[in-house]
Design a protein around this ligand. Structure first.
Ligand SMILES: Cc1cc2nc3c(=O)[nH]c(=O)nc-3n(C[C@H](O)[C@H](O)[C@H](O)COP(=O)(O)OP(=O)(O)OC[C@H]3O[C@@H](n4cnc5c(N)ncnc54)[C@H](O)[C@@H]3O)c2cc1C
Length: 376
């Protein structure tokens, strides 16, 4: 049966503008980075530490664990300002967006006490260990596995496309801990793997732009103590699915090409042809609609809901938009292309193919949307 989606109109409260000004002032004072056209591309441990000192990592988490106890809408304002500025957020991004919330939801009390403070202070950085060399979309067929040994687990296997693992400290890793049964989703667990543990090897992979932003990781008899198993052994599938809702719903799923749009707009300030002005207007209007849908999702998260289908839809529409922007802007460039626009375009063109792959491909998202709507 066809089921609808919930995109109730929502607005950011006016009082959040003071916070927006505060973030902009902080970013304006930060000078030692070059604005990125992709949130995944820039990473600076020093930036993350200064950002954390403002209380902006873990800002929605309970104060009892050192979090800020603030709202998802406040976090939304900060997130979009970081992305619009192209700030080097790569070190703390994953921990703030999903590893911390995962631990808050499923972790033991001891894990919350042990791992959350380092994230909040901008000193512990996390990677996502889901994809494997033969397993991306079909995550349930992972082969990385662990067997029980005294005091913990012995881990073997390999993960791939692991963003920023060469800069990070921990990796929340999906592992098979019991043989597969007819129910492929049973028998998986999530481990907090210290990336510098004995038996872990990190091998860099160059992306299209020739930068190392992801890696292949090898586990050779890595000992994982029992207290590094997130939640209950065997509950990995349910946990990883809840993590993906955080991964898919944020403004990073439609703002990756924002610098191209902003630089294109700047380049038209001293005169634009009718077709340039029309294109710019269309792209801005499209962005405004995506933003309103995304704010609606942030409001649902604020209410404690898990809008998985809506998050998949905004990611699919947003990723398509991010890929469209560099493709069409380069057809309507001004005669003299300003340096800022040239740089943003060059970077974006090389990163854009990954926008519709990372965090779940277009085809997978469309399958989820169809299922969420009761169409399959
Ligand atoms: C920049 C970048 C960063 C990444 N970072 C991480 C990370 O930090 N951690 C991590 O774990 N992973 C990461 N990934 C991996 C990413 O999640 C996977 O690439 C993605 O899930 C697709 O998996 P795959 O590459 O194995 O492709 P496959 O699953 O082999 O898919 C190949 C093609 O087949 C299509 N396809 C597959 N199954 C179906 C189906 N059932 N129906 C229709 N079409 C289908 C896909 O849509 C795709 O077009 C990253 C990827 C990129 C590009």
């Amino acid at each position: 049966m066809f089921q609808g989606m919930n995109f109730a109109p929502a607005q950011l409260p006016g009082e959040l503008e003071a916070l927006r000004r505060e973030v902009r002032e902080f970013l304006n004072a930060e000078t030692d980075w070059h604005p990125n056209s992709d949130f995944n591309a820039g990473a600076s441990p020093e930036f993350s530490k200064r950002f954390a000192a403002k209380g902006w990592i873990g800002m929605t988490w309970p104060k009892a664990y050192g979090g800020g106890g603030r709202s998802f809408l406040e976090r939304y304002v900060i997130t979009e300002e970081l992305l619009a500025a192209g700030a080097p957020v790569g070190c703390h991004w994953i921990a703030d967006r999903q590893s911390g919330p995962l631990l808050l939801k499923f972790g033991t009390e001891a894990q919350k006490q042990a791992f959350l403070p380092g994230i909040i202070s901008g000193e512990s950085f996390y990677s996502i260990g889901m994809s494997e060399p033969d397993t991306g979309s079909d995550l349930a067929s992972i082969r990385t596995s662990a067997v029980q040994v005294p005091g913990g687990w012995c881990l073997n296997g390999s993960k791939i496309w692991t963003s920023n693992a060469h800069l990070n400290h921990f990796m929340v890793t999906l592992v098979r801990t019991a043989p597969a049964t007819d129910n492929r989703h049973e028998g998986m667990s999530q481990f907090i793997v210290p990336i510098h543990a004995d038996g872990v090897t990190v091998r860099g992979i160059d992306n299209l732009a020739g930068e190392q932003d992801f890696n292949q990781i090898f586990f050779d008899d890595v000992f994982i103590p029992d207290d590094h198993v997130v939640g209950e052994p065997g509950n990995g599938w349910a946990q990883v699915m809840s993590e993906l809702a955080y991964e898919r719903s944020g403004p990073e799923r439609f703002l990756s090409a924002f610098r191209v749009l902003a630089e294109f707009g700047k380049s038209l300030q001293n005169g634009a042809t009718e077709s340039q002005a029309r294109l710019y207007g269309q792209l801005v209007a499209h962005l405004v609609v995506l933003r309103r849908m995304s704010i609606s999702i942030a409001s649902l998260l604020e209410e404690g809901l898990m809008p998985d289908t809506e998050a998949a839809l905004i990611k699919d529409l947003g990723n398509s938009y991010e890929r469209l922007v560099p493709e069409v802007v380069r057809l309507y460039l001004p005669g003299q292309v300003p340096k800022g626009l040239a740089q943003a375009l060059e970077e974006c063109v090389l990163h854009a193919p990954s926008f519709t792959l990372r965090g779940g491909t277009r085809e997978i998202l469309r399958g989820m949307i169809a299922r969420g709507l009761g169409l399959r």
